[in-house]
Design a protein around this ligand. Structure first.
Ligand SMILES: [Zn+2]
Length: 246
């Protein structure tokens, strides 16, 4: 029989373990990039779950108006369905990363399924772009050591976030911008969505408008918007995340 205190501790440990598989800035289950820490005047906008017409295109217009480059984590099956949008994002100078082929929570998948999701998305992106950034973001932020080992074995670089607009909930553009403003400290990776894993065509106009508000506000305050590869200085140190044996 377990003593009640021990049973409680075991339950707490199980909750903590679950928490760390999903919490974006946790490093317990392996190193992931979540930003550069305070005292930086750089911010990186990231957009997940596209390509998604017409909102990805609207977002490109906003980013172009502000002369800002961002990072897009795309779903492979949508890449296959909307290659022209993927090409437009790349041609505008934004970074593009892998967000799996069909957006499952990888903590519930075995290593072969994880590898297939990573490779199929890579294949879809390479078919359109020739090559891409090697950045990877796990769907729902879900990862555990075996997932991250497979990510690195596939020569991908795991990227999380430390600021969220919570824009998958029905918030107004002002609410999304306010939530982000409350969290930004400098050197942040900001999570927003130009699409939805549920379907292409999901309305993301509030996220697009919020992006415009965020860009106005933080550029006025002297922040510089960069892509994730720029923030990570990947061009200076491409071996920083050398793949490990899977
Ligand atoms: Zn996603």
């Amino acid at each position: 029989m377990l003593f009640p205190a021990l049973a409680g501790a075991a339950a707490a440990a199980a909750v903590t373990a679950g928490f760390h598989t999903m919490w974006p800035t946790s490093q317990l289950y392996g190193r992931t990039f979540t930003g550069n820490g305070r005292n930086s005047r750089q911010l990186a906008l990231t957009f997940d779950d596209g390509p998604n017409d017409v909102h990805t295109q609207k977002l490109l217009e906003v980013l172009d108006r502000h002369a800002v480059k961002a990072t897009f984590f795309m779903i492979g099956k949508y890449v296959e369905q909307r290659p022209e949008i993927v090409r437009a994002v790349a041609q505008a100078g934004h970074a593009i990363g892998n967000h799996t082929y069909s957006h499952p929570n990888l903590i519930f998948k075995n290593r072969f399924e994880v590898r297939r999701e990573l490779r199929e998305c890579s294949r879809a992106l390479r078919a359109v772009l020739g090559n891409y950034s090697r950045l990877f973001r796990p769907p729902h932020g879900g990862r555990r050591p075996e997932v991250l080992r497979m990510v690195r074995a596939c020569e991908l670089i795991p990227v999380m976030w430390n600021v969220s607009g919570w824009d998958w909930k029905p918030h107004s553009p002002e609410e999304i911008a306010r939530k982000i403003q409350q969290q930004v400290r400098g050197g942040d990776v900001i999570l927003l969505h130009d699409g939805s894993h549920e379907r292409i065509g999901t309305d993301r106009s509030n996220s697009v408008k919020a992006t415009d508000l965020i860009l106005r506000r933080f550029k006025d305050e002297g922040y510089e918007f960069v892509t994730v590869p720029e923030m990570m200085k990947l061009h200076e140190n491409p071996h920083q995340f050398a793949p490990v044996a899977g």
